[in-house]
Design a protein around this ligand. Structure first.
Ligand code: PMV
Length: 329
């Protein structure tokens, strides 16, 4: 970048699931918000494709290779530089943010079009996620990162929220369909405090564990339905801007997730530390490790309590801007 060429740069947010993880796999609604933490990519014309100084490699960078093949001419190689503050592999959507930002920059380079075609971008980012995850990925992370704000996913059109589009994916288990909606972003001065346990628990393992429990005890599908009921209550509270009720629904959602068996001692430790100063608190994402989230009016005190209990802390407002172009070369 020292030669004076302005890179084409785009950034996209990570995400945090407020309601409905695991139950969404069985068709119940789930809600995610775009967080303040972002990932930025900067692309500069170069003699060959590279990512942070290493040659572009389809094993190491499956999302980028797929997007390049879909969006870019072969004869315009770029040096890609990635930066940002979304931790990797913690359930905060860093890979979808990478797909959204890379997709936005490549889309601009190949079409010079503004504004970005968000429907196409989120569809491509979803396909890139699925491509990198053996054909299984919901559009939750990709849509939240592209659209920003608050996103609801369900297997039916929900009365609450504005319907955006339907997403379909051919998975190893057959075709799956999702209805994607957006909710107005929150305006009130409430914050999310995310506490990272530092324990890595693969999403696939957690999802398989729930599937096994439901196969062994089919009556436990009631627990999945109960998560859906709580999620719908949480969505209503979000729309009303009633954050006491949002927090209450989050804590209820957590108890159901804990009963389902997807919490962990490390998550419970951070949740217990955050609870006294929070409106609501729960694990977020697949569980077993990864992150918890607290909704609070006092992020400093809640964050300190989580840190004292051994968690790594990120603070974010609810509902932040989606992908955007930061500069065009
Ligand atoms: O841990 P994350 O952010 O990848 O979230 C997983 C959410 C699940 O509902 C557990 C799985 C899924 O595909 O929706």
């Amino acid at each position: 970048m020292g030669d004076g060429v302005t890179p084409t740069a785009a950034s996209a947010p990570g995400k945090c699931i407020l309601f409905g993880e695991h139950a969404v796999v069985y068709g119940q609604p789930a809600v995610a918000v775009a967080i303040e933490q972002r990932l930025t990519v900067a692309m500069t014309p170069a003699p060959s494709w590279s990512v942070d100084g290493s040659p572009l490699n389809s094993k190491k960078h499956p999302h980028i290779v797929m997007l390049k093949d879909a969006l870019m001419d072969e004869d315009r190689p770029m040096a890609i530089h990635i930066s940002g503050d979304i931790p990797n592999a913690s359930g905060l959507g860093s890979s979808a943010a990478l797909s959204a930002a890379v997709g936005a920059a490549m889309h601009h380079l190949s079409t010079q079009q503004q504004p970005l075609d968000k429907d196409r971008l989120s569809s491509l980012a979803h396909l890139a996620e699925a491509h990198a995850q053996g054909g299984r990925a919901s559009p939750m992370d990709a849509s939240t990162s592209v659209e920003g704000g608050v996103v609801i996913l369900s297997n039916q059109r929900e009365e609450r929220g504005d319907w955006l589009y339907t997403r379909r994916l051919e998975t190893p288990e057959g075709e799956r369909t999702w209805e994607v909606h957006s909710l107005p972003a929150a305006t009130e001065e409430v914050h999310l405090v995310l506490g990272n346990t530092g324990v890595h628990a693969p999403t696939s393992r957690q999802v398989a564990m729930v599937a096994k429990a439901l196969a062994a005890q089919p009556h436990r599908m009631q627990e999945i339905e109960a998560i859906g009921t709580v999620a719908r209550r949480g969505i209503d509270a979000l729309i009303r801007g009633d954050y006491e009720a949002v927090g209450h629904a989050m804590s209820e959602n957590h108890l159901l997730l804990r009963n389902l068996g997807v919490s962990s001692p490390e998550l419970e430790n951070l949740i217990q530390a955050a609870a006294p100063t929070s409106l609501g608190v729960k694990l977020t994402g697949a569980g077993g490790g990864g992150c918890m989230v607290a909704l609070t009016r006092d992020p400093k005190t809640t964050g300190e309590a989580i840190e004292l209990a051994g968690g790594r802390v990120l603070i974010s407002r609810l509902g932040n801007p989606g992908v955007h172009l930061d500069s065009s070369g």
